[in-house]
Design a protein around this ligand. Structure first.
Ligand SMILES: *Cc1c(COP(=O)(O)O)cnc(C)c1O
Ligand SMILES: [Zn+2]
Length: 465
């Protein structure tokens, strides 16, 4: 990287204030909007073709070339090589899943699943943390902090432990999946269980950061999203640099969808990608702010002049009616997505769509995913449930090439599948906090047998229902 070739810029075109790369900011000090990391490509080497990145596979014993984030460092050149932080993130896999394609109505095996849960801490957040921690060190951050539904804290705690930094995580009490809480605690993060939900934790970490000078690593941190751009580079790489027709991703705080949109926008502007995929962002019906605002209130990027009144009115409506986010897909249980405006921009650039799927569809999709390959955590399965919905609606044509992003590892949240597969009727509805009594479609009930061979033979050869 050459000096001063990267800077931060307010995403509000009417402001567009710029800031030095060495400032630690989560919002524009002038107007309060989100910030982008932007590059002066006239003074930086532009990659000639995307396929050139494959050459780094041959030098993968070098940690930066092994990293699935930093292998693409020329596309996020805000730091010098010596400054880059890696724990081996970004070893994701794009599975071609013919069985599942058929189940969701796609012909000819047009469905690919991007397993981002195969990261060191088990979720896509590591892609962002590699870049975020690089910046945290560039600005000599002391304590790093985040609010989290679980995975951000697990990832933050891991990177902090490797780098010997102190991590502080703010967790909404009650709803965190055990695998994720276990990771934060095990890695030694100072863990604050807030008596409130994620939206409360998010507000508080920002207030505490302002007061105590904590370095915030939620997706309001523009550097984190730089790392998450690489999730799309790897999708393109796995498809021999041909864009799919659709990228379908669960939407929580909307960092991923925002990062994907930025990745595609930049590749297009650099002349490295001709045709952009369309992005579909999938909410759970229990945390449907994006669907409500875009699908019902027609909120859009509008060249940067986002209709703030519509957003404010919707949040006031949530508050007046004490509506809190509620979904078993805890990673997307968020009603005030911090990256809303960046996501609107991504939808604009990629002609994207938004949809919501009920928890019942999410857990059925989750079970189905695990029937034909590695599984995922509940929130991740919203993507596949979303693909099915969009195919049913005719928005995605059966012969289009679709990539669904599986954001987190199956082992993150064992509680949901155990309940899904062992409870029935009202008990199941209550245990999973479902809104309906619709029975699960792919339940696999365990069979209890006496500890003798006869009972086992009986169970395996029939006779037990
Ligand atoms: C964080 C997270 C999400 C939500 O992603 P956003 O970028 O906040 O929209 C979805 N799934 C999993 C598993 C996550 O950890
Ligand atoms: Zn601004």
């Amino acid at each position: 990287m050459q000096k001063d070739c990267a800077f931060q810029r307010c995403i509000n075109p009417a402001c567009a204030a710029t800031f030095d790369i060495l400032q630690a900011l989560t919002a524009c000090p002038s107007c309060g909007e989100l910030l982008d990391v932007v590059y002066d490509w006239d003074r930086l080497p532009v990659p000639k073709s995307l396929s050139d990145f494959e050459k780094r596979w041959t030098s993968r014993t070098a940690p930066l070339d092994f990293s699935g984030v930093w292998r693409f460092r020329d596309l996020l050149p805000f730091a010098s090589d010596e400054a880059l932080v890696t724990v081996g993130e970004g070893q994701t896999v794009l599975y071609h899943n013919t069985t599942l394609a058929r189940e969701v109505g796609l012909t000819g095996g047009r469905l690919h699943l991007q397993y981002v849960g195969f990261n060191p801490s088990g979720s896509f957040k590591d892609n962002g943390m590699a870049a975020g921690f690089t910046h945290a060190r560039m600005v000599s951050a002391g304590r790093v902090a985040c609010a989290s539904t679980g995975n951000t804290s697990a990832s933050l705690a891991l990177y902090a432990s490797v780098l010997g930094m102190q991590a502080v995580v703010f967790i909404g009490s009650g709803k965190i999946a055990y695998g994720k809480l276990a990771q934060a605690l095990d890695s030694g993060a100072l863990t604050l269980q807030i008596r409130g939900d994620f939206d409360d934790a998010m507000r508080l970490v920002q207030e505490a950061a302002a007061k105590l000078g904590l370095y915030v690593l939620n997706s309001v941190n523009p550097f984190r999203l730089e790392g998450q751009k690489t999730i799309m580079y790897r999708v393109l790489e796995a498809l021999s640099w041909e864009a799919p027709d659709w990228v379908v991703v669960p939407g929580g705080n909307l960092g991923n969808s925002s990062a994907f949109g930025k990745a595609f926008m930049e590749l297009r502007d650099l002349g490295l990608l001709k045709r952009l995929p369309r992005i579909a962002v999938i909410n759970s019906t229990g945390a449907r702010t994006l669907t409500a605002l875009v699908g019902e209130k027609n909120l859009s990027w509008n060249s940067g002049a986002v209709d703030q009144d519509t957003v404010a009115r919707y949040y006031a409506y949530l508050d007046e009616n004490s509506i809190r986010a509620h979904t078993l897909a805890t990673a997307i249980e968020i009603n005030r997505p911090v990256n809303l405006r960046k996501c609107l921009r991504a939808l604009d650039v990629t002609h994207g769509v938004v949809r919501e799927v009920p928890d019942e569809d999410i857990i059925d999709a989750k079970a189905l995913i695990a029937r034909s390959g590695p599984g995922c955590e509940p929130a991740s399965a919203a993507s596949v449930a979303g693909v099915k919905l969009l195919v049913d609606e005719g928005v995605i044509a059966p012969d289009e090439r679709v990539v669904a992003i599986l954001t987190g590892n199956v082992l993150k949240d064992p509680d949901v599948p155990v309940k899904y597969n062992s409870l029935k009727g009202a008990e199941l509805t209550k245990a999973l906090g479902l809104f309906s009594t619709r029975p699960p479609r792919y339940q696999n009930l365990p069979i209890e047998v006496d500890a003798d061979l006869g009972s086992i033979v009986n169970a395996l050869e029939g006779g037990v229902s």
